[in-house]
Design a protein around this ligand. Structure first.
Ligand SMILES: *[C@@H]1O[C@H](CO)[C@@H](O)[C@H](O)[C@H]1NC(C)=O
Ligand SMILES: *[C@@H]1O[C@H](CO)[C@@H](O)[C@H](O)[C@H]1NC(C)=O
Ligand SMILES: *[C@@H]1O[C@H](CO)[C@@H](O)[C@H](O)[C@H]1NC(C)=O
Length: 451
C-alpha cells in the first residue's frame, strides 16, 4: 500500500521559478513606515504558497547586545553605537547567506532600518557573490496619521520598549527616527540598475523598477496590494447542511433547519463580535447553496453588498463526492490511508487536494488584502486554508484544524500578527470532524459548545 502511487501528480509548485533563483528582499525606509508589517506579511504569504521564506531582522541581532538602547544609541555621531549597529547588520547578512547556502532558503527578507546608498551597495555585493538576487522594497510615508499609528503600535509592541512608560517610549522613538532621518537616503535614479519597488503611503502610489523573474513579480504584485488601514475579517462555515445530517461530503445540498437557525442568528452574532458604527462590510460566499442560504438573512438585514466566488467553493472530493467517510474508507481504503498520511498533498480521484485549494484561493487572498471589512461564509477546507494564511499555520497542521459549524471567527490584522476571537451561536449541529488516524465518527457536538 504505497501512498506514492496514489498522490496523483501533485508535487509541482507553480510558484517556484524554473531557474533556482534566490531572492533577498531588502526593506528600506525610516522607522514606523510599516516595514516590519510588510516583511511579516510577505513571509507568511510565501510560506502559504509553499516557498521557504524567512525574515532576518537586524534589530533583533542588535538587541542581543543592546536590549533597550535609548535614542542616543542611534545618533550617527555615536561611534560606539555605530560599531554595534554595523556588527548587527553584518551578523544578519552572514546568517542569511548561510541559510541560502544550506539549500533551505528561497526568499530571505532583510528587515533593517539603516538606509544609505552605501549600505545598499554593500548588501548588493554580498548577495551577488553568493548568487542571490536583491529586491529593494522602500516604504515612504508622509501621512502623519499613518506614522503616528505606527509609532503607537511600535511603542506598545516592540521589545525595545517593553515595560517602559508609553509617553517616554513614544518620545524616545520619535528622537530615534530623527537620528535616522539625518542619514537616510531614498532610492533614486542613480540606482536604476537595482530591482526595486517604492511604496508611497502603503499602497497609494507604487513605483516598480527592473523586475526580472516570475517569483519577484508575484511578490511585488502581492506587496502592492497591501494596505494598513484598520479592519477585520470574519470567517464562518455555512450553517449545518442536509448532507451534514447524514454525514455525506460534498454535493450542493440545502441547509438544514438548524442551519437555517444559524443563518438567522448570524446578523446578531456579527454585531456581538464588535462592529464599529457605520462600518461597511462586504459579504463573500461560494457559489454553493449552503453558503448563499447561510448569508441570506445577513444580507437582507444589513443591506451589505454580497459577492459569490467560485474560488470559495468547497474542496472538490471527486469520486468521493456524496459519500460518507465510512463509505470512503470501505470503497477506497488505500486513498483513505493515503489522505491520512499526507492530507495536505492528497488529491481525491478526479478532485482536489488542499494544495490545489491554496492555489485557487490565491486571487481571493489578493482581493482580501486590497479590501477592508469582509465576512466570508464558506466551507471547512477553504476556511482552513484562509485561516492558515492569516495565522501562519504550518501546512501539515492546517488540514486537521477543527472549525466547528455555527461559529463566527473574527480576525483583526495587527503590525506583528493577527488577533483572533471566536463567537459561538447557541445552535447545536452535527460534527464529522475526524482526528488523524481515527475512524470517521458521526456525532452531535458536545453540549458545552452551546456556551
Ligand atoms: C548607516 O550605514 C552607513 C554606511 O554603512 C554608516 O556610515 C552610517 O553610520 C549608518 N547609520 C546608522 C544610523 O546606522
Ligand atoms: C457538512 O456537509 C458538507 C456538504 O453539505 C460537507 O462538505 C462538509 O464536510 C460537512 N461537514 C461537517 C463537519 O459535517
Ligand atoms: C432545497 O430548497 C429549495 C427551496 O427551499 C427546494 O425547492 C428544494 O427542493 C430543496 N432541495 C432539496 C434536495 O431538498
Amino acid at each position: 500500500m504505497s501512498s506514492g502511487s496514489i498522490r496523483r501528480g501533485n508535487g509541482h509548485n507553480y510558484f517556484a521559478s524554473s531557474d533556482d533563483s534566490k531572492i533577498c528582499v531588502v526593506m528600506v525606509g525610516l522607522p514606523a513606515r510599516g516595514k516590519s508589517l510588510i516583511a511579516g506579511k510577505a513571509m507568511r504569504y510565501l510560506a502559504w504558497v509553499g516557498i521557504p521564506a524567512r525574515v532576518f531582522n537586524v534589530g533583533s541581532y542588535r538587541r542581543a547586545g543592546t536590549p533597550q538602547p535609548n535614542a542616543n544609541f542611534f545618533d550617527p555621531h555615536n561611534t560606539e553605537g555605530e560599531k554595534m549597529r554595523r556588527a548587527a547588520a553584518e551578523a544578519a547578512v552572514s546568517d542569511m547567506l548561510q541559510w541560502f547556502q544550506s539549500g533551505k532558503g528561497v526568499v530571505a527578507i532583510l528587515d533593517a532600518t539603516n538606509s544609505t546608498k552605501e549600505r545598499r551597495r554593500w548588501i548588493h555585493e554580498r548577495c551577488q557573490e553568493a548568487n542571490v538576487e536583491t529586491l529593494y522594497v522602500e516604504s515612504i510615508c508622509d501621512d502623519e496619521d499613518l506614522i503616528m499609528n505606527n509609532i503607537l503600535e511600535v511603542k506598545t509592541t516592540s521589545p525595545d520598549y517593553k515595560g517602559q512608560d508609553p509617553e517616554v517610549a513614544a518620545l524616545d522613538f520619535r528622537n530615534r527616527i530623527r537620528n535616522y532621518e539625518k542619514v537616510y537616503e531614498t532610492i533614486d535614479d542613480n540606482e536604476k540598475h537595482f530591482t526595486y519597488v517604492k511604496l508611497i503611503n502603503v499602497g497609494s502610489t507604487v513605483i516598480i523598477n527592473q523586475i526580472k523573474d516570475y517569483l519577484s513579480s508575484r511578490l511585488v504584485y502581492y506587496i502592492q496590494n497591501l494596505h494598513i488601514k484598520p479592519r477585520s475579517i470574519w470567517l464562518s462555515r455555512h450553517g449545518e447542511s442536509e448532507y451534514n445530517l447524514t454525514g455525506k461530503i460534498g454535493g450542493d445540498s440545502n441547509i438544514s433547519e438548524r442551519g437555517e437557525a444559524y443563518a438567522r442568528a448570524l446578523p446578531g452574532l456579527l454585531k456581538k463580535s464588535g462592529v464599529p458604527p457605520n462600518t461597511k462590510i462586504v459579504i463573500w460566499t461560494s457559489t454553493l447553496k449552503r453558503t448563499i442560504q447561510t448569508a441570506h438573512h445577513l444580507a437582507a438585514e444589513t443591506g451589505f453588498e454580497k459577492l459569490e466566488w467560485k474560488a470559495l467553493d468547497e474542496l472538490d472530493s471527486g469520486v468521493c463526492d456524496g459519500l460518507t467517510y465510512e463509505q470512503i474508507a470501505e470503497k477506497y481504503p488505500e486513498d483513505f490511508a493515503a489522505r491520512d498520511e499526507d492530507k495536505y498533498n492528497y488529491r481525491y480521484r478526479g478532485g482536489e487536494s488542499y494544495r490545489d485549494v491554496v492555489i485557487r484561493l490565491e486571487p481571493i487572498i489578493m482581493e482580501l488584502e486590497r479590501s477592508e471589512n469582509v465576512i466570508i461564509v464558506t466551507h471547512q477546507a477553504v476556511l482552513r486554508c484562509i485561516y492558515a494564511y492569516f495565522l501562519n499555520t504550518p501546512q501539515e497542521q492546517s488540514p486537521w484544524m477543527e472549525v466547528p459549524l455555527h461559529t463566527l471567527i473574527k480576525l483583526t490584522p495587527r503590525a506583528y500578527g493577527t488577533d483572533e476571537q471566536r463567537f459561538k451561536a447557541d445552535i447545536p449541529a452535527v460534527s464529522t470532524w475526524r482526528a488523524k488516524g481515527t475512524s470517521a465518527k458521526h456525532q452531535e457536538y458536545p453540549t458545552e459548545i452551546k456556551a
